[in-house]
Design a protein around this ligand. Structure first.
Ligand SMILES: [Zn+2]
Length: 399
């Protein structure tokens, strides 16, 4: 048993913080909150520190690696080397306090293999919520990201594509309702799928017990996705132009993952993209900020998703969401409870609650006073996954 004492507790439910909290962990789960530590428990005193659920990123692309050195980008690595790249980025995620990530599209079966490797104890990484390949219409994006898409056309083929992802072990279905900002031959309008196609996907996925995440940047795709009943809307930057669609999202409980970091990442990647794309990213980024504000007003749930990386700097997205108008507590919820909902794991992770998995993060100081603390490695004091200490400054006291 492990007892964490004297913590300032932000439990991820939106409840006000509690001071002097004691949380006891047993067999990988939260055993008790607010009860004195059992005599045989190992005690860690968290005075001056804040205890929260481990962070959850609801939209990343782990197999895109997003390593700092350009020569280490995944397309430049041999398959053997890519495995080491994945091992590296998954460790970076843990170091950053992320105990779960939802991957929104990966190359081949690389992440299913990574998950297997983590399960076998061959390497360490966050809990992985996977979609396998992205279900998309025949489109330029599938050429630009060869191996990451499963092209399909017509409702029956879409249904088959959904079944294929389930067959290979996916936890949810990701679709491209519109083109992507970073694909030269695509536009965010019109929608790339028909309403009939998206309906078939949602019907098949829901029938089998899987959620649907829809990449939808332009309004046509956003409206069609919400109408068809998707569970999460990815990017969604033009949503501010249609208050009714935001209201419908709030009413239906569709979660928006605004991925604010990706617009800035593209706008700043002068070496990788043509000028018109940098300009467009800047414009769409401004729209995304407006949409976060409008969505908040409309009561839409929002989850943190850093998308493009660099992996390990995901909490920058939380900071951006707060800069866009969320309160610090709302930002924390976006990175914990709401992100857990996006993963379909809200009864397992994303809150410090009795019976929940003991995936926890300890921050030096109070992130409600300054959410930038999440982005500072020296402030990440302890990362606990399944009741085990896996990362954090407390593990390297000499630094
Ligand atoms: Zn993405």
């Amino acid at each position: 048993m492990l007892a964490l004492t004297h913590a300032r507790l932000i439990d991820g439910t939106g409840a006000p913080p509690r001071d002097e909290a004691t949380v006891v962990i047993a067999e990988g789960r939260i055993h008790s909150i607010g009860e004195p530590p059992p005599a045989d428990a190992r005690v860690i005193d968290l005075a001056g520190r804040t205890l929260l659920p481990g962070l959850i990123d609801a939209h990343v692309h782990l197999s895109s690696l997003a390593l700092p050195q350009p020569e280490m980008q995944s397309r430049n690595l041999t398959p053997d080397l890519q495995a080491y790249g994945l091992r590296y980025v998954s460790r970076q995620m843990l170091e950053a306090g992320l105990t779960t990530v939802r991957d929104a599209g990966s190359y081949g079966r690389s992440l299913f293999t990574l998950r297997q490797a983590i399960g076998l104890g061959l390497c360490e990484g966050p809990r992985l919520v996977l979609c396998g390949q992205i279900v998309a219409a025949t489109s330029p994006g599938a050429r630009a990201f060869a191996g990451m898409y499963r092209e399909a056309d017509g409702p029956d083929d879409m249904r088959k594509a959904v079944r294929e992802q389930i067959r290979q072990g996916a936890d949810f279905i990701k679709i491209m309702a519109t083109g992507a900002l970073t694909v030269p031959d695509e536009d965010i309008n019109p929608a790339q799928m028909t309403l009939e196609e998206v309906r078939a996907i949602v019907d098949e996925a829901h029938r089998m017990g899987f959620k649907v995440a829809s990449h939808a940047e332009g309004l046509d795709g956003i409206k069609l996705s919400v109408e068809a009943g998707v569970d999460t809307l990815e990017h969604g930057e033009m949503g501010y132009r249609d208050p009714q669609v935001l209201e419908a999202m709030a009413e239906k409980g569709v979660i928006l993952v605004p991925t604010l970091c990706v617009f800035e990442a593209v706008a700043n990647a002068k070496a990788s993209f043509p000028q018109w794309m940098l300009d467009q990213a800047k414009r769409l980024g401004e729209s995304a900020l407006k949409t976060v504000g409008a969505a908040r007003k409309a009561g839409v749930m929002m989850a943190m998703g850093a998308d493009a990386g660099p992996h390990g700097e995901n909490a920058r997205e939380l900071v951006k969401m707060v800069e866009a108008g969320l309160s610090p507590m709302e930002g924390i919820l976006a990175a914990t409870h709401i992100a857990a909902r996006a993963c379909g794991l809200e009864h397992e992770i994303g809150a410090v609650a009795v019976g929940w998995a003991a995936d926890l993060l300890v921050i030096d100081g109070d992130p409600l006073q300054d959410v930038r603390l999440f982005t500072q490695s020296e402030r990440r004091w302890l990362v606990i996954q399944g009741g085990k200490v896996v990362a954090g400054r407390a593990m390297r006291p000499n630094l």
